[in-house]
Ligand binder design. Sequence first.
Ligand SMILES: Cc1cc2nc3c(=O)[nH]c(=O)nc-3n(C[C@H](O)[C@H](O)[C@H](O)COP(=O)(O)OP(=O)(O)OC[C@H]3O[C@@H](n4cnc5c(N)ncnc54)[C@H](O)[C@@H]3O)c2cc1C
Length: 481
Amino acid sequence: MSERFEVVVVGSGAGGGVVAGELALRGRDVLLLETGPHMTAASFQRWEAKANHDIWWPLRFAPLPDGDLVTFLAARCVGGTTTVNTKVALRADDHDLAKWHAATRLTNERAEPFGAGDLAGHYDRVEQVLGVRERTDWPKSVYTLEAAFRELGSPLEAVHAYTDPNCQKCGSCLQGCPTNAGKSTMNTYIADALARNLLELRANAWVERVLIEGGEATGVEYVDGEGERHVVQAGVVVVAGGALNTPQLLLRSGLESPAIGRHLGLHPVRLVYGLFDEPQDAHMVYPITAHAMAHQHDEDGGFVIEATTIQDPIAFATTLRDEDGPFWGQRLVDAVQKFRHWNGVLAMVNDDNNASVSLDENGNEQFAVAFQPVEHERLDAALDFSREVLERAGAKQVCWTGIASTHVQGSARMGDDPAVSVVDRNGESHEVKRLYVGDASLVPRTLSVNPSLTIMALASRLAEHLDADQADYLSSARLAA
Ligand SMILES: Cc1cc2nc3c(=O)[nH]c(=O)nc-3n(C[C@H](O)[C@H](O)[C@H](O)COP(=O)(O)OP(=O)(O)OC[C@H]3O[C@@H](n4cnc5c(N)ncnc54)[C@H](O)[C@@H]3O)c2cc1C
């Protein structure tokens, strides 16, 4: 006989970690399945290649019409991408939330357009659990650029972050925080529930499909680390594999909603680097300590610049380019030799959800991106602004990376209109009852700021909804167990 839980959560990142942790702490019977390993601070070290192997998804790419590529970056481990991210914690602003209603007609339970008030209490709760605080302890590399930002009318401000005061500013966030100062869902929500024996966590467990009978989700089928197949029954299934994986799991499970995988938002980024005479040691900072918000809204340019940061050596050396093309040979050697002298900014651009994820006829994932002219304009404006800042600050040479996406969102979005959304205002599938989405896929339109706090607030809202159990999904699962 297969096992039965009230709730099975697939994926343990920003969304899944919060849903599973909150429900377990509320006394619900929860199984959390994660395809990556369960690694902790004790094994994290600054070893880029090993971290890439142990806790990151292999790089994934989407082709662009001009032959270039968009690179997708995400983690595959307990805590998901929160285990390796840079912990910037920002709330969505009113401009972003207004776009949600416009995109999917999303309303709240009073049938009003969904807005800031619908998330405020959840943001409060998540910020409290994660210990969000302002970071004013800027390193030298930020001060190198500060005057230039100010002179260009877009002053740097301190970011809020989920890092506690033990942060050593060692810069190894992307390999997993070795001191636990950086808060992930792994060392907060999930660790809290595990420490109280309230949560069943299974790492190295790949969920192949959601089981559906008579229009209702009844459980999942997964393969464990030894290759053994398991079936688990559940009152509710929450899919939270991240915005690239969740649509694939829904499609593999037989869902047909036309919006699945469409409207993928990238929040595309480029790193832009400037070479300075003095060492900057931009690799030895808490990666993101400040940001410039003057161009945040579409009408002001549609980009946010974060400072300062530089990639670790492998990523740095393999992504450099300028107007003469990718760096290679002597140009690359010269650049890498001066690693400590490069300073960098991260240019994040508003997009209009014109990408998609789907499965080909063999079931393999495929990604498409169709940037529109206005999105190209924003990307160009962000690059130009970043170059200007670095040159004004005294950089002798400027180069940059290709376009990457670390903030995918919107591929199974919530809304009132089933033609353009996959789940309703509570995160429940329009198509299959007892099936919920609980991750970045929910976000109806790309945010202009880093998304994880919003994903966690949405997940906290979902946990509250599931625990209230108005549809009797969980109490009926309890009875049947
Ligand atoms: C380098 C980097 C820096 C970032 N910095 C910031 C930042 O400073 N601030 C911020 O707000 N955001 C940041 N982000 C983005 C943020 O971390 C993500 O938006 C967020 O973690 C996404 O949450 P999620 O739950 O959708 O997916 P994830 O956190 O990626 O979690 C999904 C999990 O599901 C698992 N999974 C997938 N499919 C399956 C399956 N079939 N079976 C079992 N498990 C599965 C995955 O392995 C993964 O662990 C950053 C991202 C990157 C890559």
